[in-house]
Design a protein around this ligand. Structure first.
Ligand SMILES: CC(C)(COP(=O)(O)OP(=O)(O)OC[C@H]1O[C@@H](n2cnc3c(N)ncnc32)[C@H](O)[C@@H]1OP(=O)(O)O)[C@@H](O)C(=O)NCCC(=O)NCCS
Length: 344
């Protein structure tokens, strides 16, 4: 029987939630760090209703012979170039959340995702949304591979680590006793901003090639930093060598950085982790991370999470080498914009 495709209706939600919960149970076999809460149908139902109620939502359910074969949800999003998020989000995109899709057991994962993406992608291309993103929890490699075959590549990797102390390594064994790590005060705002700018410059370079939006979004970044520094629930640290700031770690308590579908409960998010260029490879990053993990654990956060740009040759190996486990990727495909006028 061929697949039939149509928008999701309210009455579909319980069946979609059951499919999503089954997907989570399967993912957790390989990645037990993924939140267990969403192995429960009721929790998934809440998440799905939230997605469907959001603005500019597009959705599709695939059926075969009247039986559920899969579903896919995406949102058209707009981001001002002056917004804080402009550092990470393009002006327009269609974004499919990690908890917004699934394929039923026994179905051909690649074929069902392809049919559903064609259905939604057509609408997005027609509407001028040429950048498409999908978040995929890892743990079911066939699903990630299906999107790779649909032309998507990895943009971000999301990691989780227990906030246990750092394991002994070359760097911890040679920890530089001249490095002092201290919690920042609002008066150190300029130094924190300097590191954030350094991060923007780093990500502008190949092979990452992110736009440097720190100029256009300067006011928003500045405002965000002021707020972050005055919020006691955050753990923001600077490492100094002979009084000079050489590394920054910003642990952010508000839970809106990673999706609640993926991050373990009680986790805290490591937003910026950066060492000044001249101090890299001298142990500053390890020293500050050791301190940050101790703080997180003592502040009652059993897990620390973070994103890194998947092509980042520095961040990825450093975090993974210190025990951060990739649990989710955000994949991206950018269509050829000539689609807007080059039509048969
Ligand atoms: C990723 C980053 C934060 C790591 O910080 P760092 O200060 O360079 O980290 P360290 O110096 O502690 O460790 C880096 C390497 O130097 C080695 N090292 C550290 N101290 C050393 C010493 N005294 N002697 C010899 N090697 C040493 C470490 O072993 C490590 O190598 P390994 O990963 O092969 O074990 C930093 O390189 C950076 O700012 N990169 C650019 C920005 C970036 O990518 N940030 C992350 C964004 S997600």
């Amino acid at each position: 029987m061929p697949l039939t495709l149509r928008p999701i209706e309210d009455a579909d939600v319980p069946a979609l939630a059951a499919l999503l919960a089954a997907r989570r149970r399967e993912e957790r076999v390989a990645l037990p760090l993924l939140t267990e809460r969403f192995a429960e149908v009721a929790a998934c139902e809440g998440v799905l209703r939230g997605h469907l109620a959001e603005a500019r939502c597009d959705s599709v359910v695939a059926e075969r012979d009247g039986w559920l074969a899969g579903f896919l949800i995406g949102h058209r999003r707009h981001t001002s170039v002056e917004a804080f998020e402009a550092q990470y989000e393009p002006p327009t995109q269609a974004s499919m959340p990690g908890s917004g899709h699934g394929v039923a057991a026994g179905e051909d994962v690649e074929a069902v995702y392809a049919a559903m993406y064609a259905y939604l992608g057509e609408q997005w291309a027609d509407g001028g949304y040429f950048e498409h993103r999908i978040t995929m929890p890892l743990g079911t490699p066939a699903s990630v591979e299906a999107w790779f075959h649909l032309g998507f590549g990895s943009l971000y990797t999301f990691c989780v680590r227990e906030s246990t102390p750092l394991e002994a390594s070359r760097a911890t064994q040679h920890l530089d006793a001249t490095i002092e790590v201290q919690r920042t005060t609002p008066s150190e705002r300029a130094e924190v901003l300097r590191f954030q700018d350094e991060s923007g410059r780093w990500h502008r370079q190949g092979p990452i090639f992110w736009p440097y939006m720190e100029r256009q979004a300067a006011a928003a970044i500045s405002e965000y930093t002021t707020g972050a520094l005055s919020d006691e629930s955050n753990g923001i640290f600077l490492a100094r060598r002979n009084g000079v700031a050489v590394a920054l770690n910003m642990l952010m308590a508000p839970a809106d950085w990673g999706s609640s579908f993926t991050q373990p409960e009680g986790s805290i998010y490591l937003y910026e982790g950066i060492t000044s260029p001249e101090a890299r490879g001298t142990g500053a990053g390890t020293a500050i991370l050791a301190h940050t993990l101790d703080w997180a654990r003592e502040a009652g956060h059993p897990y620390v999470t973070l994103h890194y740009a998947t092509p980042n040759p520095s961040g990825g190996p450093f975090w993974r080498g210190h025990g951060f486990v990739p649990v989710e990727v955000t994949l991206q495909r950018r269509l050829d914009e000539r689609l807007a006028w080059a039509k048969p």
